[in-house]
Design a protein around this ligand. Sequence first.
Ligand code: SF4
Ligand code: FES
Length: 256
Amino acid sequence: MPTLTIDGRTVRVRDGASLLVAAQSAGIDIPTLCHHPALEPWGGCRLCLVEVTKDTWRTAPRLVASCMYPAENGLIVRSATERVRAARRVVLDLLLARCPETPLVQRLARDHGIERTSYQVSAEPTNCILCGLCTRTCDHIGVSAIASISRGAGREIAPPFREPPPACVGCLACAEICPTGHIRYDTNDRTRTIWGRTFDMVRCRTCGRASITRAQAAREIERHGVPAADVELCDACKRRQTAATFASLQAAEGVL
Ligand code: SF4
Ligand code: FES
């Protein structure tokens, strides 16, 4: 277990943990945009920069992305020096030019002393901060229906050729992980529409509420071997059924 110093505090973390995880375990807040604990670190947004050095290093402290850099024995980390904050300000200044109306970006920029971007504001403001969480989640679950397309200021998240993606199953994982609410969808008890595709919903056989799309249910059954009866129950009814089973087992044990 490596032992290191973060902002003057001694921190011990599990082997292989990143500096970000080490800082979080010590209650030290480092801003992030592209990090999610359920996904592999990506290092795309550069907002989580920190300064690192060691007593044995003869070079100046280095700026590294804390979500990618492994916690090492003897490392001295500073998460809020003026150099770190200046580097984060550049990231946020640029992001504010792309996403001037996005509350998350506005808040982070304000926290770093930026009220207005010093760059030219995009002629087509967007809420997409290009954090990649949606595409990486979609890849992570093995669907890969969307991708980052185009370059420069025109970069965006979309299905290939901007066509309704055949691989999409309408699970909403991309929309739910998006930190800015950029991914639009419409869902009701009968249908769900996302990325230009409309899916029929499976209705819970107990309460009648919509649970998942038929396409997602078919995938769960085929790829993951989930029993067909399970996909016909919504999460709330599944929880109720599990609780009822547990209670009856406990009652039976009490009787024995
Ligand atoms: S759509 Fe949302 S999750 Fe995807 S890259 Fe843009 S901001 Fe991130
Ligand atoms: S959170 Fe580390 S680079 Fe985005």
